[in-house]
Design a protein around this ligand. Structure first.
Ligand code: ZN
Ligand code: ZN
Length: 360
């Protein structure tokens, strides 16, 4: 077996500090002259996997206490102390200058020997991708199973576009109910969420429970309460309503975030800096709330009486005689002897928007 040093790390860290801290810095990988040609077109890649040798590591224990949690086996950890002390980290490639790769996120100290560099490719390196094609909610179901609310919130942000306390509350309620129901939602309308608000809360629920608008499994009641009832069709034991009872939580525990929210969002009167600061505080607050015990934040009631709509019917199409566009038959308007869409007929309709359901 032969292992070659192909380069060395340049970092401001001369001694190891925690990996989380080290990953927040830029460092440079200096590739040795004889290997530089191997970097040809590496700029095409945003992320690289860096394999390096923990040159200061000595010895190992097969079972030991980890940084987080109780004792466990060495191969369940990323400890530098191992029989073959090799580290692997995915880093962001910032730029290449000759034999130097400027990278972000490398948790290796100054002088660490680099033994290999590979491009990161999500289709190969993200092992759940093929499973996800078969079961779209594969990753989410796993996160719910292991009650990893932190990562659920992280992913919910992809849908919602920002992190905020109410998004976190929605994630928290949905992750809790799916654990209690022991259910994996396949997006076929069996699990329904009856939400009583159209705020950020509902996005946390849509993402986490998979009860979405497009699946007809998100039912909206125009009550304006931070509350949701989860119901499983055909199983009357699976029925729980969550009402956010600790409604002054944010003003009480996160006053600075609440104050900036008033100014920036409610009064639309904040400066650019205040808006940035608010986003930062809102994000911090969201990631604190997600750690909370749902029983403390919500009034959780079982067996609430709730009337459910039927499965969404599949309608025939009709064609509007004026614009020529097709529409679901029951939505068509008959005017004189013509079939029209509501828009062409200038008839009234309902709209769901920030104000709730409004008649237009
Ligand atoms: Zn939000
Ligand atoms: Zn029309």
């Amino acid at each position: 077996m032969e292992i070659n040093k192909i380069g060395e790390v340049r970092s401001k860290y001369k001694e190891p500090v925690g990996p989380d801290e080290m990953r927040k810095t830029k460092s440079i990988i200096e590739v040795e002259a004889e290997y530089v040609d191997g970097l040809d077109q590496i700029e095409d890649y945003e992320y690289l996997q860096i394999l390096f040798y923990f040159h200061k590591s000595e010895g190992y224990d097969l079972i030991s206490k980890r940084r987080r949690g109780p004792e466990r086996g060495l191969f369940t950890s990323r400890s530098p102390r191992r029989p073959t002390p090799i580290g692997i980290t995915t880093v962001e490639l910032l730029k290449r200058e000759g034999n130097k790769l400027h990278v972000y996120g490398l948790d290796a100290i100054d002088g660490t020997p680099v033994i290999d560099i590979k491009p990161y490719a999500s289709f190969m390196d993200q092992p759940t991708l093929s499973l996800q094609k078969k079961t779209p909610r594969y990753r989410i179901n796993k996160l719910i199973k292991y009650q990893n609310q932190h990562d659920l919130l992280l992913k919910a942000g992809e849908l919602h576009g920002h992190y905020c306390p109410y998004l976190a509350l929605g994630v928290l309620a949905a992750a809790d109910v799916l654990k209690r129901f022991g259910a994996e939602n396949d997006g076929m309308e069996d699990l329904l969420a009856v939400v009583e608000t159209n705020s950020c809360f509902s996005d946390g629920i849509q993402y986490t429970a998979g009860t979405t608008f497009g699946n007809n499994s998100l039912i909206y009641r125009d009550f304006g309460k931070t509350a949701v009832t989860f119901v499983k069709r055909g199983d009357s034991t699976k029925n729980l309503r969550y009402y956010f009872k600790d409604s002054d939580l944010i003003e009480r525990e996160y006053p600075e975030a609440a104050e900036l929210f008033e100014k920036v969002v409610a009064d639309r009167n904040g400066s650019r800096e205040e808006e940035e600061k608010m986003k930062e505080l809102w994000q911090e607050t969201a990631f604190k709330i997600i750690e909370a015990d749902p029983d403390k934040l919500f009034k959780i009631e079982a067996d609430v009486e709730i009337e459910l709509p039927d499965y969404a019917p599949i309608f025939d199409n009709k064609q509007c005689s004026r614009c020529g566009e097709k529409l679901m038959a029951p939505k068509a308007v008959q005017k004189d002897d013509k079939v029209l869409c509501k828009e062409c007929a200038e008839s009234s309709y309902y709209q769901l928007d920030g104000s709730g359901i409004v008649e237009k």
